[in-house]
Design a protein around this ligand. Structure first.
Ligand code: ATP
Length: 220
């Protein structure tokens, strides 16, 4: 069965500044939805409104058509990879995996750089490894959907290709909403791409659409 996550009717203002006014987004299990937008257009705010960690004057967040509030309390529905590190730095890799009931062997098979690193504390990992571990948890822990805020940041090109392959395989198990400034990587793996601009989402299909909307300049 395909499950859906939809968000619309969102109005978000900070003082006199309107950040979000005309958003419509739909994610489905089995698919990757990419969200692009220039700095400050409201991508992170939108994710936080969906989660319910940021209050907006109005919003409608629906799972399978049913309005759901306080999504942050429903990890079975949605998990979130924020831009900042969320795993406490003093926990060992082993303990983190145990807490999420995820097998160490699977992490090591997928990301061999964790070989012999399970006893290390998270803050003894490199920044990229710390980020990879967090992403692995959000992707693998059971939930219908996962939102990833800049998953490619801090990662080298080989890690990025590995993560892209990982996400393409794991979308069989959940739906993803991903935002990142590395738009070519996002376009490579996304089934649907929205551009957030001036408070509203634009469904885009091609690089030309992104150029016409002023997000990229091709040919310079
Ligand atoms: N708590 C807040 N109070 C006032 N303004 C805020 C607050 N949080 C975010 N903003 C503003 O809202 C706008 C959208 O921020 P947001 O972080 O969602 O942008 P973004 O699209 O994720 O940007 P980036 O790509 O740089 O991460 C920005 O102009 C930001 O300064």
């Amino acid at each position: 069965m395909i499950h859906t996550l939809e968000a619309d009717g969102i109005q978000l203002d900070f003082g006199v500044r309107r950040i979000l006014s005309d958003v419509y987004m739909k994610c489905e299990t089995g698919k990757i939805m990419g969200l692009l937008g220039r700095n400050g257009q409201g991508k992170t705010c939108l994710m936080n409104v969906i989660l319910g960690t940021l209050n907006s004057s109005s919003n409608s967040i629906r799972f399978d058509g049913k309005v759901t509030r306080k999504v942050k309390n429903r990890p079975d529905l949605l998990l979130y990879l924020p831009q900042f590190n969320f795993i406490p730095k003093n926990l060992s890799v082993k303990k983190v995996l145990e807490d999420f009931e995820l097998p160490a062997a699977d992490l090591e098979q997928r990301f061999p750089e964790f070989n012999s690193r399970f006893d290390l504390k998270v803050n003894q990992l490199s920044g990229g490894q710390w980020r990879t571990l967090e992403l692995y948890i959000v992707v693998k822990a059971p939930s219908r959907f996962a939102m990833l805020d800049e998953p490619f940041t801090h990662l080298n090109p080989i890690q990025i290709e590995n993560i892209k392959q990982f996400l393409l395989e794991e979308k069989a198990n959940k739906g993803f909403l991903i935002t990142d400034h590395m738009y070519t990587h996002l376009l490579d793996i996304s089934d649907t791409v929205y551009l957030l601009k001036d408070g509203r989402t634009h469904l885009t299909n091609t690089v030309k659409d992104l150029e016409e909307l002023g997000y990229i300049r091709v040919g310079y």
